[in-house]
Design a protein around this ligand. Structure first.
Ligand SMILES: Nc1ncnc2c1ncn2[C@@H]1O[C@H](COP(=O)(O)OP(=O)(O)O)[C@@H](O)[C@H]1O
Ligand SMILES: [Mg+2]
Length: 303
C-alpha cells in the first residue's frame, strides 16, 4: 500500500524540552491512522511538524511526496487540518468562518453542500460562540474539508465533548474516511483509537513506543479474557474448568469469574446452555489499549 506520509527520525526541541525524539512511521493511503498518548507526549508537535507549521530539528518528513518546509503552499492546498488550538472568534458567524477559511486556499469546494452534509445548514447565520460543542466540532470538520483534501488531520477533536457527542463524532470521522480520504487522528483517548483507527502509534515522552493495529497491540499482550456472571441456583461452576480455553474458574458467593483464551464468551455460553443455565448478566472483559499502555510504560494513561 502506498505511503502518503513518511516520517523518519523526527526530532523537535523547544529550548531545553525535547518534545519529539526519533519518531518514525508511515501512513498508508485510505487508513485512519491514530496517534495516541498522554498530554505532553509530543503528539501535536509531531503533527505540526508534519503539516509544516514547525521546522524539525532533526529527521525528515514527506507528505504526498512534498517536503512541508520547502513547499508549504502546495501542501496546504492538499491537506485539511483541525487544530487543537484552533480559535474562531465567538462572534464570527458560521458562513463568515467558511468564507474566511476558503480564502486560505487556491481551490475550494462550494461550502453550501458541505454545511448541509455536516448538519449546519440552518446555523449559517449563527455566531460560533452560540453553537453547541458538537456543532463547533462539525464546523471544524467542515472547515478542514473546504479544500477537498487528500489527508485530514484531526487533533483532539472530541476533547471537551460529553460521551454522547463523542460517539456521534466518531461516526463523522468514519464518514470522512468513507469519502476516500486518509485520516490522521490525534487524541489522548485510548478508546477512541481503539474504536476508529486501522493502525495506532502510541507516543510517550516524545518517543514512539508502539505501532500496529489495535488488535495486534492487544494480542501481543497475551492477556487472558475474563468472563463474569452470577448464578441463580445451586450450580457448581467448577464443571466449567473443562470448557475449551478456560484456565481458571473462581466463585465468590453467587458471582463466577472465569479466565481463559480464545472465543471464551461463546464457549462459556454454550456450556451454560447445556446445563440449562441462562445468566442475564454474562459479561466479557478483554484487554484493551489502556492495558497495552500500562504494560509498556508501567503507568495508566490517565495518570
Ligand atoms: N510552543 C512550545 N514551546 C515550548 N514547549 C512546548 C511548546 N509546545 C509544546 N511544548 C512542550 O512540548 C512537549 C510536547 O507537547 P505537545 O506536542 O503539545 O504534546 P501533546 O500534543 O501530546 O499533548 C510538552 O512538554 C510541551 O509542554
Ligand atoms: Mg496536543
Amino acid at each position: 500500500m502506498e505511503h502518503i506520509i513518511e516520517v523518519n527520525h523526527l526530532r523537535k526541541v523547544y529550548g531545553e524540552t525535547v518534545a519529539v525524539e526519533d519518531v518514525s512511521f508511515n501512513v498508508r493511503q485510505g487508513e485512519i491512522f491514530g496517534i495516541v498518548g498522554p498530554n505532553g507526549a509530543g503528539k501535536t508537535t509531531t503533527i505540526e511538524s508534519i503539516i509544516g507549521l514547525r521546522k524539525p530539528d532533526g529527521g525528515s518528513v514527506q507528505v504526498l511526496g512534498i517536503e512541508p518546509q520547502k513547499q508549504p503552499r502546495e501542501l496546504s492546498n492538499r491537506i485539511g487540518i483541525q487544530l487543537q488550538q484552533a480559535a474562531i472568534p465567538e462572534r464570527l458567524k458560521v458562513w463568515e468562518a467558511l468564507d474566511l477559511y476558503a480564502s486560505f486556499y487556491d481551490r475550494t469546494v462550494p461550502w453550501q453542500p458541505l454545511i448541509e452534509e455536516w448538519g449546519l445548514a440552518d446555523k449559517r447565520n449563527t455566531p460560533f460562540g452560540k453553537l453547541s460543542g458538537g456543532q463547533q466540532q462539525r464546523l471544524f470538520i467542515a472547515l478542514a474539508l473546504l479544500n477537498d483534501p487528500e489527508i485530514v488531520f484531526l487533533d483532539e477533536l472530541t476533547t471537551g465533548l460529553d460521551p454522547q457527542a463523542r460517539r456521534a463524532t466518531w461516526d463523522l470521522v468514519r464518514a470522512i474516511r468513507d469519502q476516500n480520504k486518509t485520516v490522521v487522528l490525534i487524541t489522548h483517548f485510548m478508546d477512541e483509537v481503539q474504536a476508529l483507527a486501522d493502525r495506532v502509534a502510541i507516543i510517550d515522552n516524545g518517543r514512539l513506543i508502539a505501532l500496529d493495529t489495535p488488535q495486534a497491540l492487544v494480542a501481543d499482550l497475551g492477556a487472558e479474557t475474563r468472563v463474569h456472571f452470577s448464578l441463580q441456583n445451586g450450580f457448581d461452576a467448577n464443571v466449567l474448568q473443562d470448557v475449551e480455553g478456560v484456565t481458571a474458574v473462581s466463585q465468590q458467593n453467587r458471582q463466577v469469574n472465569i479466565q481463559g483464551n480464545g472465543p471464551l464468551l461463546a464457549n462459556i455460553a454454550t456450556a451454560l446452555s447445556k446445563y440449562n443455565i441462562a445468566p442475564s448478566d454474562l459479561s466479557v472483559e478483554q484487554a484493551n489499549l489502556e492495558d497495552v499502555f500500562l504494560a509498556l510504560t508501567g503507568r495508566a494513561i490517565r495518570a
